[in-house]
Design a protein. Structure first.
Length: 143
């Protein structure tokens, strides 16, 4: 038996029924260790080979439709139609607004370890000031 180092693109669709595929084994080229499980190629799995080829050209042209027209020898309406097909395959309606971006993470909390704050809390713990005075000082320290 001969081993071949040839690799083939991951089929994104089942050749029998057209359903999505799942990768069940991944092997490292360097050390030959392998991992088995159920892996997906993510959004790529939703596209046909023809759509993937179009996306590759679209990305190489940095999204410039005029450049895609020239690269593929297609008219503007045909390029837009193919792009709409890709968008639709990814679960978006062509022309619909993109899904909302997740909210930005909250800003980091103010530094709580400042020497001034620590001194105020130490004074409170030692009974040198009461809680109201500590609250007032902490409020001033934040400003």
């Amino acid at each position: 038996m001969t081993t071949s180092k040839s690799t083939w693109p991951v089929p994104t669709r089942c050749p029998v029924c057209g359903g999505g595929t799942v990768i069940e084994r991944v092997r490292c080229d360097g050390c030959a260790s392998a991992v088995e499980g159920r892996f997906t190629t993510g959004w790529v799995q939703q596209l046909s080979p023809e759509q993937l080829a179009f996306v590759r050209v679209f990305m190489a042209c940095r999204g410039k439709i005029k450049d895609v027209e020239q690269a593929l020898g297609l008219s503007y309406p045909t390029v837009v139609a193919r792009l709409d097909d890709v968008v639709e395959a990814l679960g978006q309606a062509p022309g619909a607004p993109p899904p909302p971006t997740p909210p930005a993470p909250p800003p980091p909390p103010r530094e709580r370890g400042s020497p001034r704050r620590a001194q105020i809390l130490d004074d409170l713990a030692a009974g040198l000031i009461d809680a109201d005075e500590a609250a007032q000082r902490l409020k001033k320290a934040r400003e």
